[in-house]
Design a protein around this ligand. Sequence first.
Ligand SMILES: [Cu+2]
Length: 176
Amino acid sequence: MTISRRHVLRIGGGFLAGLAGLRFPLASEPVEIRMQGNTDGSHVWFDPIGLRVEPGRTIRWVNLDPGNSHTATAYHPKNFDRPLRIPEGAEPWNSDYLLPNETFSVTLTVEGVYDFFCIPHEHAGMVGRIIVGEPGRSPAGSLSAQGTGGEPIPEVALRALPPIDEIMRRGVVKRV
Ligand SMILES: [Cu+2]
């Protein structure tokens, strides 16, 4: 008894063709970062504090802290002569003060690591980190995590920033 070779070969095709259309990344929807604070104002934070997105994604900060104004401000020489901690060639942003329930949005297209802070609460460790695409792909990506020049970043803020590899692994990192 012999198995028909033609029969075996017929099984292979067709299955994979359907899979290509299954991905819907919803890249047009903004990703939200919430500005939070506890009731007595002794703790303030970005939620999430670490985030990974694909290039072209819009980030929207929203102030959900009823008791405080907050900012989302990129570490960049154009913002109060702070060290460069976003990719070279990327546009710096500064939301200015957001009152409760106000929002601010930015679309990030250059791949790399972006660190940002809240102007009145940087010394309380209110900072965040966004990774766009693959940080290694842009030469400035890894460099920006070190930062250069300007008024130095307080130790408490540096320590609050989640490690790049943790953000790459988990996609979203919450404050502990
Ligand atoms: Cu703040």
